[in-house]
Design a protein around this ligand. Sequence first.
Ligand SMILES: Nc1ncnc2c1ncn2[C@@H]1O[C@H](COP(=O)(O)OP(=O)(O)OP(=O)(O)O)[C@@H](O)[C@H]1O
Length: 470
Amino acid sequence: MNTAAPVLVVDDEPSICWALEKMLTQEGHRVVTASSAEEGLRLAAEHRPVMVILDVRLPKEDGITALPKFLSATGDAPVIIITAFGDLETAVAAVKNGATDYLTKPFKLEDALRTCRQALRKSRTVAAPVQTQPMATDNAALVGGSPAMQQVFRQIALVADSDLSVLITGETGTGKELVAAAIHRHSRRADKPYLPIAPVALNTDLIESELFGHIKGAFTGAVDDRPGLFERAEGGTVLLDEIGDLPIGTQVKLLRVLEQGEYCRVGDIQPRQADVRILAATNSDLHQAVGDGEFREDLFHRLSGVQIHLPPLRERTEDIGVLCHHFLHAMNYPAAETAIDSALLAELVKRPWSGNVRELKNAVGHAAVVARGRSLAIGDFPPPKPGRDPASPSTRASVDHAVREWAGEAIARWEEQGEPLHAQFLTAAEPALLRRVLEHTGGNRAKAAEMLGIHRGTLRDRLRAYGIDD
Ligand SMILES: Nc1ncnc2c1ncn2[C@@H]1O[C@H](COP(=O)(O)OP(=O)(O)OP(=O)(O)O)[C@@H](O)[C@H]1O
């Protein structure tokens, strides 16, 4: 009989308790379950579990409020919070109240398993619970219900309170700057300055002076001493936007700030200390830039310890409705909730949105002006911008990112199962290509085979192998 301390699952949905119990039992854990926080706390005191999995929405006391009690009842065992819908504020509240990690329903069991394993491995160094920040103002709020955005919220919550550098990647207009601001807002530096800067907007000579400041006479026009960004942001956070455009010489100096917390004003030899958290954002492929010798590999590794990727809007079209409502609300549009009906939403979802959320926000603003208070119609929106060139650097960057993510997991599986990676990759990627091309040809296989550059028979065999019924 397994007498080890159990894992405690607290959820009022029997199916979730059942699935988690089965999964954890297979991992060799004993599991006890409860359907309310009150019952869970009683079991926690009785069994001293090694880990708690706690639902947010429970019949009486909710999971976030009960979380500190579970921590004290278990002597700070790791707690994983689960919720049906996570917004950024819930994710941050959970982590700030001491949760080790966060899962959003519906979750895949393999993700839950990975999270549980990590939580059990992690040594607990939980800071005392901190008051959560007030709700963000509408303009700064980051919204989205897609699994991809839920993952972004979770990542923000997990890194916010540390001093780690974070590399935020994604195409233009996907919300990178908003993510940086949210990390700052939810960090312990929140009452100190947050200064975003885009080196690309500056003359190359001015960049170092802008970042590190200068002393009088350092160069023509330096008529007096001037503090730079790192000094002005003392104690706070800086966002280096478009980090890929930083000149290589400046990259060395930035690395020094990251590694030793030290820099010199231009023209000065006296090192100064910087107490600043550095966030960086890019919409270009930094890997490629490293390969091309345009970006220092050491700086890339130093910056990308934590990476948050924002997928393009066309890959998370579930967010379009929520975003439209959010933008209409923010401009106090009459009946914002019902101003976009499902037929209009279906039209909007089809658009390429190459300018991502920024383009959507502008389009909604435009439509709201044209519609002047009535429900919106497709004719109120500006015409769609053309889609993207599949060979463009930003498309390549997002494909590259997705493939690297996939490859990381496949390599881990290979270590266990030894299944050849190339065959696995084709099986993972090819069905989407075939489906998309067939969609385009309206199911015409001859045309699809011609476009794909493969024989019709080969196409037929592949479709059969993947169980694709066009
Ligand atoms: N998830 C979101 N929720 C609400 N607003 C969003 C979201 N994502 C982006 N926006 C809005 O879209 C606009 C563009 O966002 P942001 O400037 O953060 O994008 P970016 O990725 O930094 O773009 P760029 O690479 O061009 O600098 C902003 O007005 C921002 O408020």
